[in-house]
Design a binder for this molecule. Structure first.
Ligand SMILES: *Cc1c(COP(=O)(O)O)cnc(C)c1O
Length: 252
């Protein structure tokens, strides 16, 4: 499915905000229900609103609707949207980076986001730490893992990560706080297996290295309830949060 913009020229910003508030309420209900099923507290789950492909006006409305943390998947779009929000007079919310990274974009990224969730190789981790050092910051980061083994997905394999763990832990300007993963689409059982495997990998890394990992960023529009049941601490919600073309809670 493609991300389509929520705004139409005919829609007032009040209508948009009302729609976003209703969606957010339904999402919060679903988060609470998933937590209740497995004896967790909803306060353990951080909700990140994925605003990629959406204009700055939608981010402004989503802020009014109660979203507090946003995520983008491309550095140029992130930089542009932050400038557009400032031009709208909106106090900038924290943003995370969740997309594939190229080393030539890291200079514009280091220190500009709350968290880089998509550190998908040792090469990138070294380069990002270097850029953060130059910027005089310690960049919070998650390691993207590909535990499902899908060739189309970025990320460390289990073996790569176990092997790189000590060097990653020693990078001076990266604060590595957990793992991020994506599950195969439209396959709830495979999604559950993926989230379980990511959780297990986090445990073995914690035991077998000096990394201290507390965050598991797992779960998107189609599978966030499963991810919460399997131990996610951070869900990344795009279409379910922002798109009228996404019919939520029908694919479960
Ligand atoms: C787009 C994207 C999301 C959000 O996807 P939805 O299915 O729209 O919720 C989450 N994580 C990453 C890495 C993404 O690229």
């Amino acid at each position: 499915m493609t991300m389509t913009t929520t705004t139409t020229s005919a829609e007032s910003s009040e209508d948009l905000t009302r729609f976003l508030v209703e969606r957010r309420e339904r999402i919060l209900d679903a988060v609470r229900a998933a937590c209740a099923r497995v004896g967790r507290e909803a306060t353990e789950i951080e909700l990140v609103c994925v605003s990629k492909g959406e204009p700055a006006e939608v981010v402004a409305a989503a802020l009014e609707a109660g979203w507090t943390i946003f995520a983008e998947n491309r550095v140029p779009e992130l930089v542009r949207k932050k400038a557009e929000l400032e031009a709208l007079g909106v106090a900038l919310p924290p943003f995370d980076m969740i997309g594939n990274l190229q080393t030539n974009k890291l200079k514009a990224l280091a220190g500009q986001v709350r968290m880089v969730q998509s550190v998908s190789s040792l090469h990138l981790a070294r380069a990002l730490s270097g850029r953060a050092e130059q910027a005089g910051v310690v960049q919070r980061a998650l390691l993207e893992v590909n535990v499902s083994g899908e060739a189309t997905k970025q990320g460390f394999s289990q073996d790569e990560l176990l092997e790189a763990a000590e060097e990653l832990a020693a990078l001076p300007a990266l604060s590595i706080e957990g793992l991020m993963t994506m599950a195969p689409a439209r396959d709830p059982e495979a999604a559950r297996e993926t989230f379980r495997a990511a959780r297990a990998l986090m445990k073995s890394l914690e035991m077998g290295s000096s990394l201290t990992l507390s965050e598991l960023s797992a779960g998107m529009s189609d599978d966030f309830e499963i991810a919460i049941e399997e131990g996610s601490t951070m869900v990344r919600l795009g279409r379910v949060a922002l798109s009228r073309n996404y019919e939520p809670f029908t694919t479960r």
